[in-house]
Design a protein around this ligand. Structure first.
Ligand code: GLN
Ligand code: ZN
Length: 758
């Protein structure tokens, strides 16, 4: 009686066929018809799989050629004028130009999808004329029915969230835009209903963030109109990533079902259910299988939860589902053959999660002893993981506890450190430096591949890396930079590199997830207590320092960034894992210092990403993030200069926390949002060393020295010149060698010219 449902399934295929097909199309190696054929095969394959697993309500139209937010914009003809689109179905060339830019038009902005690592294309409404260009959900519904006999559940991004995620309109025009978009939604729904679709899943994830009165009013208006226009269609208003805000009013919306996240949003949603009950005329989409994490569901616990929910809703109005789309987890763990067995048993990726949802729905009505076999299997897998020695490192636990209790801080305040650091380092006004990485050329990648395959010996590879370090130390001296770096040639990825060298991490072979467009990432899994084994970066950094008399800055990835870019164990609070990471990094910082490295940068580009969706929880997160950073960095001598780096802008609301990190110098990505960032520094003066990126490393363009100097002078209107550093926006690993040399040369020239004026 209880049904099972999924909210969305990974698009990328078992072997990232999706990515390969799309990239081949971009490269001109696959024709448009072949692209359509390949993607169709992937699309149908995932439907077939869900059917075989026994899912009752299979989502359709959760697939995409790039991103579902871009699809929604294209479906409604919302193409910015610079793409010269003339109406009708949006051609693939225009669609991909919006995503990636073309020679005549800059790409649309891309940004993070709520608090996940998925990025969507931001719709731009100005200058567009909304019109239904084609009915994507209808086409997907038909395809599933005709090709596979599947009665699919079309998924569509809801109007209020869509509008909220869009830009290019003043806030006072939100209502009129909603009025323009709503008729298009109504046509989509009308055609679906006429075709015989029973359900439509309308995603409104903003409900799980925080709703203003305006948002709430818009939801009431929009869903009222939908109910009037298409009363026979069952609308599942789907929320996810947290508990529903304003639950009492959400529950009253005139929709057939409400989907709640009962994994991440469990506490809040249960409290709402207790306080207000669940409406007697609605269906509950109970998201009890966590769609974001990679851990196996505790079936006993989930059954107990389901029983509790059955107290609010009868079985025929209960659907067991994943808490959100499975876009955020890898496809399947089946082929992982190199993981520790206890870990593999404790994991659950998309396919395994669907199987859990089906099992829970089917066995919910059986008594405790009846589905005994699966329960016992699950119990023993979870117990084996919990009891594994990797999860109980006394040494780590005790050291972390001690550190935390001591509330970590540098031994002197910044003003005093600054005096001794000036004395020691004797840097010029506006010191110049870079963010850490230098071009990872084809040659560097090839060398690593050969070494990984065993074709190159360890010695040969190390010698190669030393060669690159030598080359770039020489180049940096020639360019005239003041603080040098070794260049990070030995690192593929700033998290993986450290994960591989620390205890407590595991790496999958096939665990890819979509990050943006065709780009996929394979996040490490933090499954055990994190522990330092041996120095990770000392060899390369000390070698670089041995080649020059100028200071070489050591380069580490910070605890919060490692945390936010990994899948993290769920038996400990994230805060605790962050402290373990911080403790391990602290030992690396100590090792660097001991090896004579007196400037150490601890990168934290991903702090912003972990910010909770609910404003009320943000400060607590920032506080423990700051504490973790300080734990990692505060053990050093006063003369040792701690640097940090952050990117992805929008720091306006967290400058207080950035200051509390107490890094002697921070470099911030800002060239693309200069004005806004400076405005916020105008309001609150920043009292520590700071470098604002003076050129955008995301583009091959080499800006003139004059242009960079203008940026410097603009920043100096609000920042203290004595604390100001000059650097590019971010690491240079994706750039070519020539453009990097040229741009850094201009940067040094701009710095010298600016110095002369002070
Ligand atoms: N040190 C890193 C680099 O230069 C920082 C990367 C980042 O900020 N994402 O590559
Ligand atoms: Zn950066």
């Amino acid at each position: 009686m209880i049904r099972s449902s999924a909210l969305g399934y990974p698009r990328i295929g078992d072997n990232r066929e999706w990515k390969k097909a799309i990239e081949a199309f971009w490269a001109g190696k696959l024709g448009e018809d072949d692209l359509h054929a390949e993607l169709k095969a992937i699309r149908l394959g995932r439907l077939r799989k869900q059917k075989e697993l026994g899912i009752d309500l299979i989502p359709v139209h959760d697939f995409s050629y790039y991103d579902h937010v871009l699809d929604t914009a294209a479906m409604f003809g919302l193409v910015p004028p610079r793409f010269r689109y003339g109406g009708g179905p949006v051609p693939l060339s225009v669609y991909y130009a919006m995503a990636r830019g073309s020679k005549d038009a800059a790409a649309c902005e891309m940004t993070k999808w709520f608090d996940t690592n998925y990025h969507y294309i931001v719709p731009e409404l100005n200058g567009t004329n909304p019109a239904l260009t084609f009915n994507g959900p209808l086409r997907a519904y038909r395809e599933a029915k005709e090709e596979l006999g599947i009665e699919g559940k079309p998924v569509i991004l809801g109007p209020v969230t869509f509008l909220k995620l869009s830009k290019g309109y003043p806030p006072e025009q939100a209502d009129s835009w909603l009025e323009k978009l709503l008729p298009l939604y109504l046509r989509v729904f009308r055609e679906l209903a006429d075709e015989g679709a029973a359900w439509v899943q309308v995603d409104e994830p903003i409900v799980a963030a925080e709703l203003s009165e305006e948002d709430m009013r818009r939801l009431e208006f929009a869903y009222g109109e939908i109910a009037k226009a298409v009363p026979e269609l069952n609308v599942m208003l789907q929320t996810y990533f947290e508990s529903a805000d304003r639950y009492d009013r959400i529950a009253e919306l005139p929709v057939r079902g409400i989907g709640l996240d009962l994994a991440r949003g469990l506490a809040g949603n249960l409290a709402s259910l207790e306080a207000h009950g669940f409406p007697g005329d609605k269906i509950l989409g109970a998201g009890i299988v966590d769609g974001r994490g990679v851990w196996r569901a505790d079936l006993r616990e989930k059954r107990a939860l389901l029983d509790r929910l059955r107290g609010f809703v009868p079985d025929d109005r209960l659907i067991v589902q994943t808490s959100c789309s499975l876009l955020h987890v890898p496809v399947s763990k089946a082929r992982e053959d190199r993981l520790p067995p206890a870990l593999k048993e404790a994991l659950s990726f998309a396919d395994e999660k669907l199987a859990e949802a089906v099992w829970l729905a089917r066995t919910a009505r059986l008594g405790e002893g009846e589905p005994a076999e699966e329960l016992a299997g699950c119990d023993s897998a979870l117990r084996a993981m919990a009891d594994s020695p990797a999860r109980q490192r006394r040494d780590v636990r005790e050291a972390v506890e001690e550190l935390r209790a001591a509330s970590p801080a540098r031994s002197k305040p910044f003003a005093e450190r600054r005096a001794v650091q000036e004395e020691k380092w004797r840097l010029p006004l506006f010191p110049t430096t870079t963010i850490g990485s230098f071009p990872q050329t084809a040659e560097v990648r090839k060398a690593r591949e050969l070494w990984r395959k065993g074709e190159w010996t360890e010695e040969r590879y190390e010698e190669f890396i030393r060669g690159r370090i030598e080359e770039w130390i020489g180049l940096q001296e020639k360019i005239g930079l003041d603080v040098l770096v070794h260049g990070e040639f030995e690192r593929t990825d700033m998290v993986e590199f450290f994960g591989e060298k620390l205890d407590g991490f595991a790496f999958t072979r096939y665990g890819w997830v979509q990050s943006y467009g065709s780009r996929c990432v394979k996040p490490p899994i933090i499954y055990g207590d994190v522990a330092f084994r041996e120095p990770m970066t000392v060899k390369e950094t000390a070698y670089a320092q041995s080649l020059t008399t100028r200071p070489v800055k050591g380069m580490l990835t910070g605890p919060i960034t490692i945390l936010n870019w990994s899948f993290v164990r769920d038996d400990l609070p994230r805060e605790e894992v962050a402290y373990q990471l911080a403790y391990a990094l602290r030992r690396e910082v100590e090792a660097l210092e001991k090896a004579g490295i007196g400037m150490i940068q601890v990168d934290e580009p991903a702090v912003r990403e972990g910010l909770p969706l609910k404003a009320s929880q943000r400060q607590a997160y920032l506080d423990w993030a700051v504490r973790a950073f300080r734990m990692a960095t505060c053990a050093v001598k006063d003369t040792t200069q701690i640097h940090t780096h952050m990117c992805y802008c929008e720091f306006q609301d967290m400058i207080g926390s950035i200051e509390a990190m107490d890094a002697d110098v921070i470099s911030i990505e800002s060239s693309r949002s200069h004005g806004e960032l400076l405005d916020s520094f105008e309001r609150e003066t920043y009292p520590l060393g700071i470098g604002l990126g003076v050129y955008d490393i995301h583009s091959p363009r080499v800006p003139a020295a004059e242009e960079m100097e203008a940026t410097i002078h603009r920043a100096l209107r609000v920042l203290d010149p004595k604390l100001f550093w000059i650097n590019p926006d971010c690491g240079l690993k994706t750039r070519g060698r020539e453009e990097t040399e040229a741009a850094l040369g201009h940067m040094v020239k701009a710095a010298r010219s600016a110095r002369a004026k002070y």
